[in-house]
Write a protein that binds this ligand. Sequence first.
Ligand SMILES: Cc1ncc(COP(=O)(O)O)c(C=O)c1O
Length: 378
Amino acid sequence: MTFRLPPYPYDRLDGLAKLAAAHEGGMVDCSIGTPCDPPPAAVVEALATSGSERGYPASAGGLPLRDGVAAWLVRRFALAEALPVTSVAACVGTKEFVASVPHILRLRTPERDTVLYPAVSYPTYAMGADLAGCRAVPVPPAPGRLGGLDLAAIAPADAARALLLWSNSPSNPTGGLGDLGAEAAWGRSHGVPVFSDECYAEFTWDGPPRSVLQHGPDGVVAVQSLSKRSNLAGVRVGFYAGDAELVEFLRAVRQHAGLMVPGPAQAAGVVALADDVHVETQRALYRERLAYLAGILGDYGCPVALPEGGFYLWVPVPVDRWADAWAMAESFAADGGLLVSPGDLYGDAGAGHVRVALVQPMERLALVGQRLGRVSHG
Ligand SMILES: Cc1ncc(COP(=O)(O)O)c(C=O)c1O
């Protein structure tokens, strides 16, 4: 059977975008989690001055980048000891990594064909399974929580066929945190590698940033990105680190496939990883925006709790007011010029929510506040 791609999730928002754009002052786009704030000047400077344009970069990342990652992991997550640089490698932003890991792991364990992933999540976990011809099996959130995984709900037959388990804490879209220690232990006891997507770790609000690596590297791989922490989504620097054998297998296949982070991007990454001050500044911006918009939406009749981590509001649809998340998103666009993502873009289990990405500056959010404040909602 010919493989058929679904529509790209955000292309489905075109109609809502037109509605929002009709407002004087234009649309306030909080649909996609693309950073709008500038990266530090020294990081941009490094892009232009690395002198690394001529030669091919190392596919795994050069030593300065891998050393920088190992040092950052110790500093940020208080790891007892640094990982050897051979247990750290670069990727071209993490989306391509997420999409390609099942395909690569299938080369390692061809008898396994299943990708376990959070039921409400970043769409690329399931897409990576589809692209590899694998089964994508959703795992519900931890009971009574927005984040984490209900490990007890994984059927033994699915665990036996699993190539990997994806974890994402803090979660996009729900903002919930998971129990990374329990997930690592589950993976080890079932012989299933655990891949922990931690690109929002430094935007953890409920306690310190967490990494699966705090529970040891065996059988786990932490996946990290500079896109969100350093506003570098356009530069494409990510990395993965953890279990020596898994990292080496992935690194070797990726080298053959010609995947490389460009040298200037690596140089920028080294500077970005050495600095935590800009991350503190960014944290303050997201906190202010999250609190402000939660207040605005509450006044508009859509109460929402602040997330445990990340920069998204996961807003439940008041069922007495709207039939579903698309109808609610339409009202946000029509009344506030605000573009948000209906929750089913993140899996069927997300259908009762919309996701609001707080990637717009306060003056744009204030515009939404003014517009929604003018609307009576009985
Ligand atoms: C959970 C999650 N993982 C991975 C990514 C990919 O980020 P990048 O490819 O920019 O590293 C995103 C981006 O939105 C994300 O939300």
